[in-house]
Design a binder for this molecule. Structure first.
Ligand code: ZN
Length: 522
């Protein structure tokens, strides 16, 4: 066994027991599930800021405080929403939730429109793989109709093989629609292309969703929506086409957009409200007079679902694993950094972001309003939902291989006697679903230091079973609660790993970057 402690500045600098204590407090019923726009969220952010201050980190938020205000808007489409497709004398009405979900990004209470529909395959323009579904066709003012996901591939040199790339994510589809000036975008759901059933779409779109408040001049789609496969058959049927036929065409590199000859009419009334929330930010300055203007970011989202629909009589969504664990690690990192006798050359920013559960909104806001510009941000190392189930034998750092930090990341794992394990579900696109991705999207090298999959003294399938158990019974449920018998050693290891990696990066001569050919560049 290689002893880990000597790698750190001082014995016990990172403590499993302090990580346990913060996890317990942040996930206690008194914190009311840390809801965005709820009292529990205010208490959690106040606690995190206080702990950062006690650690000796300086305020890095607005007006000399530890807080960055994040203006969000909650949008809830009314069940009175309507969507109709027509061609000539034929028309089809779609039913809210049973056939379609949609919302207007305009943040206005009443959106109505009528526009032509164009089918655009997967709606992807990826020059690195010589793929362009648009072929120069102007879709401005139109409703684009498309499938999510990307062309099928087993070739790692084409859309990264079976792994999902960002081009395949539904969020990319709406972003591309907006870039191209479309009026809206409607995704035809199929279980294979979405990788989940319609119920998942229906459940996540059937209630209020937070968005970063639009600023003057910001563009917005009048409609971002999904329709079921059956509704898709009816819609395409108006143009004499079928879903299977269109799926097959979407696989072809010579695909060209198809003008469907269909008019789409919609009314999307919505409840709109302001949701004022905040990120917590604290800085420990670097020691190099020049490099201290650059920063290594550690992040972890503080929010969870707050007080909500009761399950088995419990209405507090404590979010102990998701993500009191990550916040507790963040606080411990700040303490360990603060007591370093020799500070690293670059500064360190400890950032606890809001509204991750609403779609990475706090980190998205940070990325567009960074406290240190992207060009001077070395990396973001994020923590989200770690398993306190014993001593880890590995570390999962999916996405590190996309960056120039990769050799160093492997070297530190070796020094700590940890394997680097691959993402267990590459087709699920986990890399695009946690806060580090908001940084990546803005060009900053970023990844999460994830939960371990192998644990010392446990069977090889223990990690996978723990994942299945947590995911099926406790993920996003009120039962994600602190357990007194949890062993936080793996979280201490994850914190030590991030500490060593972050410190090395903070001392390097050059800023990390993306490897050539990566989709996101500074
Ligand atoms: Zn989380």
């Amino acid at each position: 066994m290689i002893a880990v402690a000597p790698l750190l500045a001082q014995e016990g600098a990172i403590s499993a027991e302090r990580i346990r204590a913060d996890t317990r407090f942040l996930s206690s019923d008194l914190l009311e599930g840390r809801g965005v726009g709820q009292r529990g969220g205010q208490l959690a952010t106040e606690y995190i800021a206080t702990q950062l201050e006690l650690a000796g980190a300086r305020p890095a938020g607005a007006n000399g405080t530890y807080f960055q205000p994040v203006p969000l808007v909650g949008i809830e489409t009314s069940p009175a929403a309507t969507l109709t497709a027509s061609a000539g004398s034929k028309s089809v009405d779609f039913q809210w939730l049973d056939d379609f979900v949609a919302l207007s990004q305009t943040q206005q209470p009443d959106t109505r429109f009528e526009a032509d529909a164009v089918f655009v395959g997967h709606g992807i323009t990826a020059p690195e793989w010589k793929w362009d579904d648009f072929k120069g066709v102007d879709v401005s003012g139109k409703i684009i109709v498309l499938f999510t996901n990307e062309p099928s591939s087993n070739d790692p040199k084409f859309f990264d093989g079976p792994a999902l790339t960002y081009y395949g994510r539904w969020t990319y589809k709406y972003e591309e629609a907006l870039r191209r000036g479309a009026r809206g975008a409607i995704i035809i759901h199929t279980t294979p292309t979405a990788s989940y059933a319609w119920e998942v779409v229906r459940n996540s779109w059937g209630h209020e969703s937070p968005f970063v408040k639009l600023e003057p001049g910001d563009k917005a789609l009048s409609c971002q929506g999904w329709i079921t496969r059956e509704a898709g058959e009816k819609l395409l049927g108006l143009a004499g086409k079928t879903v299977d036929e269109m799926l097959a065409l979407s696989e072809k590199p010579d695909f060209k957009p198809i003008d469907l000859g269909i008019r789409i009419r919609a009314s999307l009334p919505a409840k709109i409200r302001n949701l004022d929330t905040r990120n917590v930010a604290a800085m420990i300055p670097g020691s190099d007079p020049k490099l201290k203007d650059e920063v290594v970011v550690f992040s972890a989202h503080w929010d969870h679902f707050g007080i909500g629909t009761p399950v088995n009589g419990d209405n507090i969504y404590n979010g102990a694993i998701d993500n009191a664990t990550g916040c507790a690690i963040l606080l411990e990192l700040a303490r360990a950094w603060a007591v370093l006798p020799q500070k690293p050359r670059r500064s360190a920013l400890f950032l606890s972001v809001t509204a991750e559960e609403g779609g990475l909104k706090g980190s998205e806001y940070y990325a567009s309003h960074p406290l240190v510009p992207a060009a001077r941000t070395a990396i973001d190392l994020n923590y989200d939902a770690l398993y306190p189930f014993g001593r880890a034998k590995d570390v999962v750092i999916t996405g590190a291989e996309r960056t120039t930090v990769w050799p160093l990341a492997q070297q530190i794992a070796r020094r700590m006697n940890l394997e680097v394990s691959p993402d267990a579900q590459p087709a699920a696109g986990h890399y695009f679903r946690s806060d580090h991705f908001s940084f990546a999207h803005a060009g900053i090298p970023a990844f999460s230091i994830g939960r371990a999959t192998q644990f010392a003294g446990k069977p090889a399938d223990f990690g996978e079973k723990a994942y299945q158990e947590y995911n099926s019974k406790h993920y996003h449920q009120p039962s994600d609660e602190f357990q007194a018998d949890w062993d936080f050693t793996a979280l201490q290891q994850a914190a030590e790993y991030g500490f060593l990696l972050g410190r090395e990066i903070a001392n390097q001569d050059k800023l990390p970057d993306w490897r050539p050919g990566e989709q996101f560049q500074r």
